[in-house]
Design a protein around this ligand. Structure first.
Ligand code: TYD
Length: 142
């Protein structure tokens, strides 16, 4: 993967009553959903995230409001505004993420490939860098 951001355009099923988005396992959501959580009521000037996961993969969608998501694969960083319920971002494992600039009405829904497991978190940036650097050496030599 050259970049870090994998934006997913979500299909909207709309009719005269409004809009509906349905998510199920497939090309846009390439894993079985084992957990869903949502972040809301984030206080002003609060940022969240600041971690990566060893194996967890996630799809994040702001179903209301917006926030700015930074993603870093250890070599390059990219930012994306999650500002529409039609826009998702797929976050692979071993991606450092930070969420900033939450709007007051932001509801960030996250679909996750695994149950919550604190031992899957990498919460220290130096540890994250060491792991991705080691992985890239291994993949170059194998
Ligand atoms: P954390 O993932 O650190 O939040 P963020 O990345 O958005 O800043 O989670 C915050 C706290 O909530 C932490 O103590 C772990 C707990 N938590 C759960 O118990 N279950 C979950 O599914 C999640 C995502 C977090």
């Amino acid at each position: 993967m050259s970049g870090t951001t994998q934006l997913v355009e979500l299909e909207v099923i709309g009719d005269h009553r409004g809009s509906l988005v349905s998510l199920e396992k497939g090309a846009k959501l390439p894993f079985d959903i084992k957990r869903v959580y949502y972040i809301f009521g984030t206080l002003p000037n609060v940022s969240r995230g600041f971690h990566a996961h060893k194996k967890l993969r996630q799809l994040a969608v702001c179903v209301s409001g917006k926030c700015r998501m930074l993603m870093d694969n250890g070599q390059s960083k990219e930012e994306v505004w999650l500002d529409s319920p039609k826009k998702g971002v797929f976050i692979n494992n071993l991606i450092w993420r930070e969420m900033h600039d939450f709007s007051e009405d932001c509801v960030l829904v996250v679909f996750a490939s695994h149950e919550y497991d604190e031992s899957d978190y990498i919460r220290n940036y130096e540890d994250f860098k060491n792991i991705v650097d080691k992985n890239s050496v291994l993949s170059r030599t194998s």
